[in-house]
Design a protein around this ligand. Sequence first.
Ligand SMILES: [Zn+2]
Length: 228
Amino acid sequence: MKKVLVFSPHPDDLDFGCSGTAAKWVKEGREVVYCILSGGCRGSHNLKVSERELRKIREEEQKKAAQVVGVKKVIFLREKDGEIENNKRLRKKIAQVIRGIRPEIVVSFDPSNRKFDNFYRSHRDHRFGAEAVFDAIYPDAGSEAFFPEIAKKYPPHQIKELWFFASDQPNVYVDISQTIDKKTEALKQHQSQIKDFETTRELVRGWAKEMGKKSKVKYAEGFRKIQF
Ligand SMILES: [Zn+2]
């Protein structure tokens, strides 16, 4: 069974993007690990909560959401919300996670989404975080020439497939008809972000239905997949 590592710019992005597929893969017996780049500590309009407090709340929410779909391990890299940069420091942290977990499949936000037609999708953390993950996979994680100082503990690792969620150009559809309820239940855990859960649930079901139409199933998640 192929091991999967999912990267998400903030808590909740991956639940919107691919938690139905994650739930399905876990059900099939695959090991799925989450890695969250930023704690999303500024993702609130309630300024009475400190950044540190909010980060704690959101990390707890993400852990609960992972539990709902059966994901046992969640790694938090704790980059500052709104300040993710595609730089060497972050790429090293990401490459270390990839070399440590050693997955065949990595799932991540699509860095090719560059239309700036949607505020949520075009958030700078999504853009720069997605690029940092891409660059950390290739060439960094797989090459001895990069980060030799950690190579003894974290030897190079080349993944086999990269799946992008929230993509403008999906080319693979995963049938999530059996796990759509797990997906919405996972989203429900992000209480600090979702004011009106019923509305969110209907919205998410609507998107999954649209994706489902393209692959002739009831509910689906779409991905852009590339291979090595
Ligand atoms: Zn986000």
